[in-house]
Design a protein around this ligand. Structure first.
Ligand code: UFG
Length: 343
């Protein structure tokens, strides 16, 4: 059984990816510092797959700790690196926290990989590297734009660190996955997104408003240059996204990479406006959403959606779960949180 290290494996995308890796026959070692997730996620992963992944509470900034982990679990063949701080607004307030967490973690992993014979790394990047693209849908060839936030900058810098490391002759293979907007939860409602405090992202705010935890959703702007005036994004189901990581790991371990590093856009190829998403949510759940139009949010991209053809053709992957099923899964998860008395 091939052994894969998943950093940030108790987080939102990480936990869904652990499930898909186990379902595909991989053995998973999770590390997470639990700064934004809970250890009970491991129990829920076990409930879904019937297999308990190894879990160690560890911070990727801890070089000695990581070194010891690779020795303890000898034979790790590849890494999926999710662990990172990800709040755009907080990164503006605390840039050094973001530069330390997000950059030192990757540097540590890349340094240790050759020593412990780890062949490859899959890195969580973001469509944020494209800023507002000049051409839509956006392909991987689109130029990167100056980052809007320290968070976005860490994704760009990390991609550059990977490129430079590979160029230097390090025996490391890397795939960088640029996610569009991941949403939804596992169909079992055993794992999902658990935002701390007031959600900054659209979907958790929508489901919390539907639940009555928030009074009213603010739609940030309806005067943009889009058909209905609200911003457009490419919302991708987290389970579809998780499956792409398994394909990326297969590709590295089966030595199928055509170049090094490789980069893939992970999106559906379809853009949805904020107002369209609200309509779809109401249709999917039968719940009427209380919302109002307010002013624009600083730093928002107007419209972005993926051209996912490279991932479709090369990885043999596509994100095709219907949006209503995705939104229903998010609602089911929110209802489960209420049932369990979590929120
Ligand atoms: N929105 C609202 N009301 C809200 C929250 C969001 O109208 O309460 C709107 C935003 O203005 C935007 C859309 O919903 O038009 C999506 O907003 P999100 O915050 O959910 O997602 P973003 O696309 O802004 O940000 C996401 C990730 C970031 C990443 C960024 C860049 O959260 O980590 O994509 O691709 F950096």
């Amino acid at each position: 059984m091939k052994r894969i290290l998943v950093t940030g494996g108790t987080g939102f995308i990480g936990s869904h990816t652990v499930v898909e890796l186990q379902n595909s026959g991989y053995e998973v070692i999770i590390i997470d510092n639990l700064s934004n997730s809970k250890a009970e996620v491991v129990d829920n992963i076990e409930k879904i797959t019937g297999i308990r992944p190894v879990f160690e509470q560890l911070d990727c900034c801890d070089l000695e700790g990581l070194d010891a982990l690779f020795t303890k679990y000898a034979g790790i063949e590849a890494i999926i690196h999710f662990a990172a701080s990800k709040a755009v607004g907080e990164s503006v307030e605390k840039p050094l926290k973001y530069y330390r967490n997000n950059i030192v973690s990757l540097v540590n992993l890349l340094e240790l990989m050759p020593k412990h014979n780890v062949k490859g790394i899959v890195f969580s990047s973001s469509c944020t590297v494209y800023g507002q693209p000049d051409v839509l849908p956006v392909t991987e060839a689109a130029p990167t734009k100056v980052a809007e936030s320290p968070y976005g900058n860490t994704k760009q810098i990390n991609e550059e660190i990977i490129c430079d490391t590979v160029k230097s002759g390090s025996p490391v293979e890397a795939i960088m996955l640029r996610y569009f907007n991941p949403i939804g939860a596992h169909p079992t409602a055993l794992i999902g997104e658990l935002p701390l405090g007031v959600p900054q992202n659209l979907l958790p705010y929508v489901t919390q408003t539907a639940m009555g935890i928030r009074e009213c959703l603010s739609v940030f702007g309806d005067d943009y240059d889009t058909p209905d005036g609200s911003c457009i994004r490419d919302y991708i189901y987290v389970v579809d996204l998780a499956k792409a990581h398994v394909k990326a790991i297969d590709r590295i371990l089966n030595k199928q990479m055509a170049q090094n590093p490789e980069v893939f856009n992970l999106g559906t190829g379809r853009g949805l406006s904020v107002l369209e998403l609200i309509n779809e949510f109401e249709a999917a759940t039968g719940v009427k959403l209380n919302y109002k139009i307010v002013g624009r949010r600083a730093g928002d991209i107007v419209k972005v959606w993926a051209n996912p053809e490279r991932a479709n053709n090369v990885l043999g992957w596509s994100a095709d779960t219907p949006i209503r099923d995705v939104l229903a899964s998010a609602w089911k998860w929110q209802q489960k949180l209420r049932e369990d008395g979590i929120m």
